[in-house]
Design a protein around this ligand. Structure first.
Ligand SMILES: [Mn+2]
Length: 459
């Protein structure tokens, strides 16, 4: 990205937080088992947003006088041998439009001098343990006090700024979605009885790897879609299974995409599968149609819940008045998670900043099962990018627990639900930009209607 973009972002942040110094830490390498064997490096998203530099061990300081300094390791004379020629710290600073740079070994002293002069130092909450200790050392505060001393003013400013995606950010997400669309088409072609989840997961990710892209998060590739965040890929695809895949490639500048599709392993939905699929699809489409500025995401969530409850009622799985069932939370037996979340540099954008991102001041998360998992409830604005991802699941342990506890007996047809044992789960997820006039579904179309999915699987 152009340095001018990062310069403008830093200037906007400075206007929102005019007093004090602002410290934005980059990520360090994370060792797997010893120092030199590391997990794939992922830069801190706030650091990417304000500096755009994809190197480990850096820190950005916005000085009280309006200047900026990039702090980083001075480098070792033998780096050339192990890592090849590297850009200097000055090169990295120049690429980000940052005028000053300094050895990171001097950062603690610099922060100490600011502190002594009574200058407040704003920093964001750490999400890695190692960062907590770095901040503790840099700022001279107890590690247990670091989270409490993070700057609410900075958190609010960063959340407000990063929530509104500029055209260059939307273009990045759509670039990621181009790759993600290829991943899904390849997977729909490949899914078949007898293949392993691991094999399908490998083919799925190969499209991104071959394009030089990382995954935005560990993909879910499972025939047990009712396990919402199933991290395992040790199953085998069998006739009659539904394969649920939830994944997304990253863009060249590390923006996320986040798509879910569910497909019949045999290549054709059974009547029972198609009936449930159509309900999930109706919820996905109703929410997308209603998405726009001024609507709250809580209302979109409840629209999805009503669509699910009404569809399941028609199939004889739920009973009673739909509005009453949704108000009571009975639909959450089948749709226990939220309708979606912000999407940007992170798949769950800025989740490290907490509910300030998804909830307006004074509004807390509901304690009701289901609604409690809604990550984004606030009123939508042009420039937000959100996911729309309703799902319908038959979770044996949850059904058993509710039935034993006698929960919502007036709304759930437990005897009929019992006949769906082993059905699995369906989720259909798209990425949507809120515009001034409504919304735009981002990226190229990815087969979604039941007939489109079947056609993409035809061999
Ligand atoms: Mn998602």
């Amino acid at each position: 990205m152009e340095a001018s973009i990062h310069v403008a972002r830093r200037a906007a942040l400075r206007r929102a937080v005019p007093e004090g110094a602002i410290l934005i830490m980059g990520n360090d390498e994370a060792p797997r088992n010893y120092a030199d064997a590391v997990y794939p490096f992922r830069q801190d998203s706030h650091f990417l947003y304000f500096a755009g530099v994809n190197h480990a061990g850096l820190a950005l300081l916005l000085e009280p006088d309006g200047g900026a300094t990039l702090f980083g390791p001075p480098g070792h004379r033998d780096d050339l041998i192990w890592h090849g020629p590297q850009p200097s710290l000055g090169d990295l600073a120049a690429a980000a439009g940052i005028d000053g740079h300094a050895d990171i070994g001097t950062l603690a002293e610099r922060l100490g001098a600011l502190g002594d002069a009574g200058v407040p130092i704003h920093f964001l909450p750490p999400y890695r343990a190692q960062r907590r200790f770095v901040l503790s050392r840099l700022l001279g505060i107890d590690p247990r006090e670091v989270a409490a001393q993070t700057s609410v003013e900075l958190v609010r400013a960063v959340a407000a700024q990063r929530s509104l995606k500029g055209p260059e950010e939307v273009a990045e997400i759509e670039d990621a979605l181009e790759v993600t669309a290829r991943m899904y088409r390849a997977t729909m072609r490949a899914a078949a009885p007898g293949r392993s989840e691991a094999e399908i997961a490998a083919l799925h990710q190969a499209e991104a790897l071959a394009a030089g892209r990382q995954q935005a998060f560990n993909p879910i590739v499972t025939v047990r879609g009712e396990v919402l965040h199933n991290p395992f890929q040790n199953g085998r695809l069998a006739e009659g299974d539904l394969l649920l895949v939830d994944s997304g490639a990253e863009s060249p500048h590390f923006y996320s995409s986040d798509i879910t599709r569910t497909m019949p392993v045999s290549g054709r939905f059974t009547t029972r599968q198609r009936d449930i699929y159509e309900v999930a699809l109706a919820a996905n489409e109703a929410v997308i149609a209603a998405a726009g500025p001024g609507v709250t995401n809580r209302d979109l969530h409840l629209l999805a819940a009503r669509t699910v409850a009404s569809g399941l009622r028609e199939l004889g799985l739920m009973a009673g008045a739909v509005d009453d069932a949704v108000a009571a939370g009975a639909h959450a037996l089948f749709f226990p998670h939220g309708i979606g979340h912000m999407l940007g540099l992170d798949p769950h954008d800025m989740e490290d900043l907490g509910d300030i991102v998804g909830y307006p001041p004074g509004e807390e998360r509901s304690s009701q099962f289901g609604l409690a998992y809604l990550r984004l409830a606030r009123r939508l604005e042009p420039g937000f990018v959100i996911t729309v991802e309703p799902g319908i699941y038959f979770i044996p342990a949850l059904i058993e627990r509710w039935r034993t506890d006698g929960l919502h007996r007036e709304f759930i047809a437990y005897d009929r639900v019992a006949t769906y044992q082993g059905f699995g789960g369906i989720r259909i997820e798209d990425n949507v930009l809120i515009t001034a006039s409504g919304h735009r579904v981002l990226g190229p179309p990815i087969p979604k209607a039941a007939a489109e999915v079947e056609a993409a699987m035809a061999r």
